[in-house]
Every structure is written in structure tokens, then in C-alpha cells.
Design a protein around this ligand. Structure first.
Ligand code: AHR
Length: 504
């Protein structure tokens, strides 16, 4: 068994939009409270934001963080989170059956974004609310002084507009679980009116309309077609979400799910083209894959709270998936898929960032640490910027539920022309066999391997914890070399690798 890959410098898919390495934070469980915000924590800054968490976030160089939801946003009143803290109301959150005292709102979140070197991407409530609250929110965030909302923002401590460029028009409006769930026609019409109104305020905002919550929804992909028929000319992106599960503990089927992801993206790419053609439009709409991750480990533990059996707790442990080594391979394959679809996926957000289905975990009053999946996200975000290369891959595969031929090798390649490097991200899906890979590098001139980081583990179930934080972590790989324009490497069974090549 071996894999052959051919890559040519001029054979590119697209420039990668850095925003595919974005993330998501929701008012959910301990994402905000005791996640990023914990006044009294030994590392907290003057705003109560945890310094240990901020360092782990900053290292990821995240372009945008989507906020404040998620399902939470569909019954959220943004006004509750501004003004003096002592007058902010405590509200019952209907999405996650919890209480929120609104200690963190748009001001605090924006300050935190500055601290960690990211920008905010805000979601508007189009569930329980509508056009007027949406425009008020946007004017509050971005409006000039001398206007009612701009002056109120100043009174609340911020004269300068926040200048938020990316706006999500609701969240998962196709989902019957959503507060204010709508049909595609109802939502499409509302979203179009909101988009038109926001554009009247500022033509240059980038607007994201809701696509499907997942590709198993009964309304998929008609939902996208109908919503885009209503909104095509007034929006820039359509959002997709997908969560990956392995409750049956079948690694082969689990690691094949990135093919389902690729089909999902390709189907909506075609739907966008269909609507564009129907409308004889010149305008382009792209995909914002603004929620993706593994989510299933915590499902059982979450039940009592979600069913309301524990009342309305504040910042409970919800959706606290503890990721294992197997999930590293999955996240590696997901990120490879976004790189390979860089022509149409222009934004993607790992969901979420801290504590809630997240690469970063914290203990209240205690440590913050990297979960296993932190690493493939880190490598892609730091080294996966540039041009996505179109790789011609020949590799045998296996049969899984989702497809009869899932290649053992999952790979993407990125050319950073300015930095003079080509980086490959590769997953060997084989349980027992090492996979020899030959990559023919064409048109790059002299090439030398400058780094090989590898993740393997004897146990797929291995995890990182507060007391064993580096149980699953990258190590220096060995054996990758270039000779006569041919990069060769043997990928260990069940492994994730990042290989960087200096090119002239
Ligand atoms: O990220 C957790 C939840 O998943 C979000 O609130 C919702 O949008 C999705 O269903």
C-alpha cells in the first residue's frame, strides 16, 4: 500500500481566506463565564478576563470570533449586555435552560477580542426579534456619534464605533429547536429585508444568511435554494454547520465523515451557482462554515440540564466534550476539507473555543489547557495560509457507511509564496499500517524539508486533562525528505502530520 501525490506550483485551487481559521464563542455553559471571563481568577486582567486563556487563544492567531450565539442568540436582547453592569438584568436563556446575568456583552467581548488579537463577527437575533432590533444593534455597534445609538454607546464607555464588518442574520433558522424557527420562505423574506436595511446603513458590511444546520435536515438543500432566491443580491455568504459524531465507536466510519462534509459543501456550491444563474447575477455568494467540530462525548451528561431538571443554573458544565486522540485525526481531515474547498469556503469557525466543545479547557479558579484537537487547528491556522494547491492523489482506500472508497490518505497542501514554503497536512486513516507517501513537487525549484510535526498515540481514547496536559501532543516526526524533487515520508498508522518544505 502506498500513496502518490503530484503537485505543481501553478496548479492552484484558490487563495485561502485566512478567515477559515475563525472560531465561535456563545453564551453557553462555561464558554464565557469561567471560560474567557472569571474575575478573581489569579490570571484575570482588570476587565476580569483570564490571562491564561487569552494566551492560549492568542497563540492560535484567530482572525474572527463569532458571538454571542448560536441558539442563544435567537432569544437574546443585546441591550441587556450594555450599560452599567449593576443594572443589567439576569435573563433565563431558553436555548440552554440556564441563567445569564449579562456581565459580558458587546463592549466586554470587543475588548477581549483586542486583547487576544482577533475581530468580532456578530450574530443578530432573527428568532424572537426582527428588523428594528437588528438595525438598532448594528447602529449601536457601528454608528457615528451624534446619533441616538452612537451617543448611547459613548455614554456606555465607547466613543469610537466598534466597526464590526461581519454580521450573521440569525442562527440555524431552519431548525425546529430554534426560538422563532421559520420556513425557508419566511426566513428568506425577513433576511432579505434585514440585509437591505443594514446595507442602507453601510453598503460594505459582509452579511451571512443562514443555510442548513446540517446536511441531514429534511429541508436541505432546498432550504438554501429558497433562502438564496430571496436574498441572493443582498448577502455575501451562506452559513453551513456540521458536527461530527462517533457514538458507535467505529473509527473507519467516523474518519470517513469528512467526505460527507465535502459533498455538503459541493452541493451548496452548486446551489449557489444555480441561483446565480437563475438570477443572471454577477454577484458572488460564498460559504461561511461558521460552526464545525466534533460534538457527542458530552451528550449524555448534558441531558438533565437541557431537559430543565436542574432549574436555571448559571454557567453549568454543558457540552464539555473531552476530546481524544481519534478526534485529532477527524479535525485534521475537516481542516483539510476546508483548504481543498478554499474556492468557496471563505469563513469557517471552529465551534466553539473555550470549554464548550472546545480546543481549550479551564478549571474555575484553576488551570487552562489545550485539548487534543487544539493542535491540528493550531497547525492549520499558523501554517495553512497562502494558496491551496490542487493535489492529484492516488491512494487505495476502504469501504465505509458513507462511501465505498475512502482513501487511507487525507491530505491538503498550501503554498506560502511570500514565505517560500509549501506545507502539507496529512492524516493516515489506517489503523495498523504505515503509509508510504511520495509527493512529486513540480515547478518549485530546490526543496528541503524544514519541519515535520507528528501526532500519534497508542490509544485512540487518550485525552489531555488538567493534571496530564500533554498526554496527546505533537512530537517531531522523522524520515521526511526531498530527493530530486520527490518528497517521501512514511505516515504512521492513525497519525496526523504537518510537513513543511522550504522552496526556492
Ligand atoms: O455550538 C452549539 C450549538 O450548535 C449552537 O448553539 C447551535 O447553533 C448549534 O446547533
Amino acid at each position: 500500500m502506498k500513496a502518490s501525490v503530484t503537485v505543481h506550483k501553478d496548479f492552484a485551487i484558490s487563495t485561502i481566506d485566512d478567515r477559515i481559521y475563525s472560531a465561535f464563542l456563545e453564551h453557553l455553559g462555561r464558554a464565557i463565564y469561567t471560560g474567557i471571563y472569571e474575575p478573581g481568577h489569579p490570571t484575570a486582567d482588570k476587565n476580569g478576563m483570564r490571562g491564561d486563556v487569552a494566551t492560549l487563544v492568542r497563540d492560535l492567531n484567530i482572525p474572527y470570533v463569532r458571538y454571542p450565539g448560536g441558539n442563544f442568540v435567537s432569544a437574546y436582547n443585546w441591550e441587556d449586555g450594555v450599560g452599567p453592569r449593576e443594572s443589567r438584568p439576569t435573563r433565563l436563556d431558553l436555548a440552554w435552560h440556564t441563567s445569564d446575568n449579562n456581565a459580558v456583552g458587546v463592549h466586554e467581548f470587543s475588548d477581549w477580542c483586542d486583547t487576544v488579537g482577533t475581530k468580532m463577527m456578530l450574530a443578530i437575533n432573527l428568532g424572537s426579534r426582527g428588523l428594528d432590533e437588528a438595525r438598532n444593534f448594528v447602529e449601536y455597534v457601528n454608528g457615528p456619534l451624534g446619533s441616538y445609538w452612537g451617543d448611547l454607546r459613548k455614554k456606555n464607555g465607547r466613543a469610537e464605533p466598534f466597526d464590526c464588518r461581519l454580521w450573521c442574520l440569525g442562527n440555524e433558522m431552519d431548525g425546529p429547536w430554534q426560538v422563532g424557527h421559520k420556513t425557508a420562505d419566511e426566513y428568506g423574506r425577513l433576511a432579505n429585508e434585514v440585509a437591505k436595511t443594514l446595507r442602507a446603513f453601510d453598503k460594505k458590511l459582509e452579511l451571512i444568511v443562514c443555510g442548513s444546520s446540517n446536511s441531514d435536515m429534511k429541508t436541505y438543500p432546498e432550504w438554501e435554494r429558497i433562502v438564496l432566491e430571496h436574498t441572493y443580491e443582498s448577502v455575501d455568504h451562506i452559513s453551513l454547520h456540521m458536527y461530527f459524531r462517533n457514538p458507535a465507536k467505529h473509527t473507519g466510519n467516523y474518519l470517513a465523515l469528512s467526505q460527507k462534509l465535502e459533498d455538503y459543501i459541493t452541493t451548496i456550491e452548486s446551489t449557489i451557482k444555480l441561483v446565480k444563474a437563475n438570477k443572471r447575477s454577477k454577484h458572488n455568494v460564498y460559504i461561511s462554515f461558521d460552526e464545525w467540530n466534533v460534538w457527542y462525548h458530552s451528550n449524555k451528561a448534558d441531558r438533565a440540564i437541557l431537559d430543565g431538571n436542574e432549574g436555571w443554573p448559571t454557567a453549568p458544565r454543558l457540552l464539555e466534550d473531552i476530546y481524544n486522540f481519534e478526534d485529532v485525526l477527524q479535525v485534521g481531515c475537516i481542516l483539510n476539507t476546508f483548504i481543498r474547498k478554499a474556492n468557496v469556503v471563505k469563513i469557517a469557525c471552529i465551534a466553539q473555543l473555550v470549554n464548550v466543545i472546545a480546543p481549550i479547557m479551564t478549571d474555575p479558579k484553576g488551570a487552562a489547557w489545550r485539548q487534543t484537537i487544539y493542535y491540528p487547528y493550531y497547525f492549520a491556522s499558523i501554517f495553512g495560509r497562502g494558496t491551496a494547491l490542487n493535489l492529484a492523489v492516488t491512494c487505495p482506500g476502504y469501504a465505509a457507511d458513507i462511501s465505498d472508497n475512502v482513501p487511507w490518505l487525507d491530505i491538503s497542501g498550501v503554498h506560502d509564496e511570500a514565505g517560500g514554503t509549501v506545507t502539507f497536512f496529512a492524516v493516515n486513516r489506517h489503523a495498523t499500517d504505515s503509509l508510504p507517501v511520495e509527493i512529486s513537487l513540480l515547478g518549485f525549484g530546490k526543496a528541503t524539508v524544514i519541519d515535520h510535526q507528528e501526532m500519534t498515540h497508542v490509544m485512540l481514547e487518550a485525552v489531555n486533562t488538567a493534571t496530564n496536559q500533554t498526554n496527546v501532543a505533537p512530537r517531531k516526526g522523522s524520515g521526511a525528505m526531498v530527493d530530486g524533487g520527490m518528497l517521501t515520508v512514511a505516515l504512521k498508522p492513525y497519525s496526523y502530520s504537518m510537513i513543511r518544505v522550504k522552496v526556492s
